[in-house]
Write a protein that binds this ligand. Sequence first.
Ligand code: PHE
Length: 496
Amino acid sequence: MTTAEAFHPIERSILYALSNKDNLSIDSLAANTGLSIDQIRRGIEWLKFKNLISVEQFSRQRILVAPGGLKATKNGLPERRLVNSLKKGKVNIAEVLAAGDIKNEEINAAIAGARRNHWIELIEGKMIPTHFADNQSPEEGFLTKIIPGIEISKLTQEDRNVLEEIRKRPNYVLIKEEKETLISLTESARQILPTLNREEYEERRLLTPELITSGKWKETRFSSLDVEAPTPVIFPGRRHPLMEIIEEIKEIFIGLGFSEIEGPIIQSSFWNFDALFTPQDHPARELQDTFYISNQTQQPISASKDQITRVSRIHKQRWNRGWDVREGQRPVLRTHTTPVTVQHLAKVKSDAGRFFLIDKVFRNEKLSYKHLAEFYQIEGVAIAPDASLRELIGLQKEFYAKMGLTRIKFWPTFFPYTEPSLQSMVYNERLERWIELFGMGIFRPEVTEPLGIKNRVLAWGGGLERIAMLRFELDDVRELYRNKLAWLRGVPKCQL
Ligand code: PHE
């Protein structure tokens, strides 16, 4: 931070203005530099932070003459008017008052002042002016020479004592307190100052259209920017962090050669369960896990007769039990994204391909810190003649690494529609434990054959919110949907 280029023009202007002064106020800095008070304030903050200037608060007291004091300057202090009256032949207070030379409320001040100055003596009940009465009193002297607005600190000690006396008289003087901020250079600023050269610098700061068109920019040395300088915090509009993660994951999938697919939220039980080899009496199909659409029973299944027959045949063979088409027709809010995937596979019937989707699924769960009833699932499939578990694991590792998740392990598990089936887990340093990521496996032939898919299909899927929780270090999944402004604002847009 000692090179000349590293300074902002505001900083440089301030440093220059201070270079031949002991200190300057904010106002005089603004006047000296031609910058606005606001710019000066900002510059002061930056330079303070860099320890190049010191900022001190001073207060000063100025003396202003109040109406009482002005009157006394013009007409004389009460004690002066008293002795003047005595000199004209009056002999006591009653006569002085009667002549209108002083007012009732001035009697005390007049007598006290005259006595203090030894201006009067009392002889046989009469007030007689002494020869001292020709002298100017210190207070009179003070009032004649005082320049309104003068600082108390500029007075002599003697004058300050007189001021104290005058202040005892109500409404004679006013003391105005002024606070001022004074800026001065620090020792380290004085050391780097010689390296600054104003004109040269100002040329270098701005990249103008002229510099570009004339080609002069090539010979111009531009100032570097201090990317670590503190800046004001701003809160522009932004996308929800969850939406940002979705975008990020989509990018990753696309980068790996996957294309995005989509499908309806309401599915027939046939596609959500039957085609995925989930028996009709499987507990997952019961109401406590699945949201059925109550007033829309028995929708036609969007599958060919042949597909339905082949799926039902397998169910009957496998579980030695009847298969009820009406159960397959019950519409459900999809409990996972896999029905969308297999329908797509059945439609394209391709021998190779990579597809993914990220979309909402619904489960009849009690809401808790780790469960939502409506959440996002990520799902990917890869069809290939030689698809293998090794390839599946390789794909997973690649995918997770792009998400910044590197400590991964795989665990055997069970899904009705894959064989073998695996569960991936990621180690979380903060929580110091393994967290479940995705379920996966190779679709069983019982799933793919009735749909007319010949090759093997690698498939995996799981919740998005869990990944978001890890990323944002949340302990409660509901935080993602609470939309607290402080949290939304605090989530970094990107992490270094
Ligand atoms: N559908 C599964 C779930 O909801 C995940 C999964 C997808 C498992 C694909 C295997 C294959 O958790």
